[in-house]
Design a protein around this ligand. Structure first.
Ligand code: HEC
Ligand code: HEC
Ligand code: HEC
Ligand code: HEC
Length: 229
């Protein structure tokens, strides 16, 4: 894939977006297009939750989603039992295909919701890996690996992860912000083809591609398949 094709792909979809901070004043068009891309909306606020209900037969659990919360119950002789009620903190995923809500455990860790929203059916269903009688329910931590692929580099003092942003492909912008011209920030167009691909393969690991083995051999923190979430 050449860089222009990358660029065309990166900017291929269109849905309402989020802000674009530091680069906005000088690159407004790029920021605007980026904010419509799935990657530019990879983390969403809890307010974007679509209300819904899902009954999971195999684990006999009812899930109700709405008003920034996820509530689970079971039924025994018509009575609700085993009620769990969680406040959603943020969502992982733009919803172009799916998103999964995240809440906090009592110990303060981020936990993945057992149910996710899927665009294909425009409805709630079990999160990947949860469609079984003995699933983890409200106990599956959001790992640093999820966030490595789904958010911007962490910023000191930020309460929540932020949407993937420019730094993830252009590197640290400090020199460019002091000297705003060509040559003071990484432009992937200037890289060799394999280095261009490496930028995307940080997160887009394709099991079928030869690059996968090469990438894994070299990179330890991301030994995860996209399909594993
Ligand atoms: C004060 C204005 C300003 C700001 C702020 C700014 N840029 Fe730029 N940027 C420029 C100018 C001017 C150029 C050169 C454009 C040209 O020559 O056509 C440029 C070029 C670039 C290039 C191409 C570099 C090359 O060598 O080909 C990239 C990539 C880039 N900017 C990314 C960013 C990112 C990411 C941010 C935010 C972190 C940012 N810029 C913020 C003014 C700015
Ligand atoms: C920081 C990790 C990361 C990097 C680096 C990255 N991607 Fe992505 N990409 C993602 C994630 C996560 C999604 C799914 C975002 C969503 O819809 O929530 C995605 C989605 C996409 C999509 C679908 C966009 C849409 O609107 O649905 C395309 C196309 C894409 N990436 C291409 C690329 C290309 C080309 C590169 C390299 C130039 C690249 N990505 C680099 C993580 C990344
Ligand atoms: C190696 C990087 C990587 C890891 C680790 C990873 N993901 Fe993903 N995830 C992606 C990419 C890339 C996509 C987009 C795939 C596509 O469009 O083909 C994606 C897609 C998604 C989507 C659907 C977004 C959309 O609308 O397209 C959700 C939700 C999601 N991942 C959640 C998670 C969760 C939760 C974890 C951790 C348990 C996780 N991911 C771990 C890279 C990763
Ligand atoms: C997923 C990776 C990725 C992300 C994230 C990304 N870019 Fe880029 N950017 C690229 C690639 C690849 C190119 C080279 C495209 C080409 O010329 O073929 C590029 C080129 C550019 C250029 C130079 C365009 C020119 O005239 O040569 C600017 C400016 C730029 N990006 C700004 C931004 C800003 C601002 C953001 C954040 C809003 C951003 N980019 C986020 C991958 C990315």
């Amino acid at each position: 894939m050449n860089a222009r094709l990358c660029w065309a792909l990166v900017f291929s979809s269109s849905l309402p977006g989020v802000d674009g901070d530091l680069c906005q004043p000088c690159h407004p068009a790029v920021v605007q297009v980026w904010s419509r891309n799935g990657m530019g909306r990879s983390i969403q606020p809890a307010s974007a939750l679509s209300p819904g209900y899902y009954y999971h037969r195999r684990s006999n659990r009812h899930y109700r989603i709405g008003n920034g919360r996820i509530r689970r119950h079971q039924l025994s002789q018509g009575q609700e039992i085993n009620v769990v009620d969680k406040t959603v903190e943020f969502l992982i995923g733009s919803g172009n295909h799916a998103y999964t809500p995240v809440h906090r455990s009592l110990a303060g860790t981020w936990i993945q919701s057992p149910v996710s929203w899927y665009r294909e059916s425009a409805s709630w269903n079990m999160s990947p890996g949860f469609d079984r009688p003995d699933h983890l329910d409200f106990r599956r931590p959001i790992t640093p690996e999820c966030l490595f692929c789904h958010s911007a580099y962490p910023r000191a003092g930020a309460e929540f992860p932020r949407t993937i942003d420019c730094d993830r492909c252009h590197g640290a912008p400090s020199r460019h912000l002091q000297e705003p011209r060509r040559g003071t920030i990484l432009n992937p167009a200037a890289l060799s083809r394999s280095k261009q691909l490496d930028i995307c393969l940080q997160c887009h690991l394709e099991t079928a591609s030869q690059d996968f083995g090469r990438f894994l051999a070299r990179t330890t923190p991301q030994r995860f398949l996209v399909s594993a979430w």
